[in-house]
Design a protein around this ligand. Structure first.
Ligand code: HEM
Length: 118
């Protein structure tokens, strides 16, 4: 909560306003992440940091840092890898993306998965 009106860059933050961090805006910062809108899991290959930083806060930070972080990353790697390599994806309908700045699919995004036959 801002107790006294203050200026930040060109913006005035009036007294009484709450200031919150917007993680999606942080995670889509092109100055920090190359082509942030591109699905590129390989971007994390060189990453050694496992904790929150001011540039990565998907799992919170500080003393409330998500205890499921490592489990979740492993699950996502296994499930996503399987979905992408073992199935063919066919779009059915939807797919409009709204960033507000959170990611929303207002009409849903329907796909049909076909198991690949080798
Ligand atoms: C994509 C998956 C996940 C995301 C994005 C996520 C995100 C978060 C975030 C942002 C917090 C911090 C909340 C706060 O600051 O109050 C949190 C806390 C927590 N998460 Fe997760 N989480 C995920 C998966 C999981 C899983 C799979 C588990 C358990 C197996 C888990 C267990 C917890 C617990 C217990 C806390 C509270 C930690 C504490 O307060 O000390 N999370 N998570």
């Amino acid at each position: 909560m801002v107790t006294l009106s203050m200026m930040h860059t060109d913006y005035t933050i009036p007294a009484g306003w709450a200031v919150m961090v917007c993680p999606p805006a942080v995670h889509l910062n092109p100055k920090r992440y190359e082509d942030p809108l591109v699905f590129n899991p390989s971007r994390w290959e060189e990453s050694t940091a496992n904790n929150a930083s001011k540039h990565f806060m998907a799992f919170g930070g500080g003393m409330r840092f998500c205890v499921g972080t490592d489990f979740t990353k492993l699950q996502m790697a296994v499930v996503l890898h399987s979905l992408v390599t073992k199935y063919r994806w066919v779009e059915i309908k939807g797919g409009n993306i709204v960033r507000t700045p959170g990611l929303h699919f207002p009409n849903g995004y329907h796909v049909r998965l076909h198991k690949k036959i080798y």
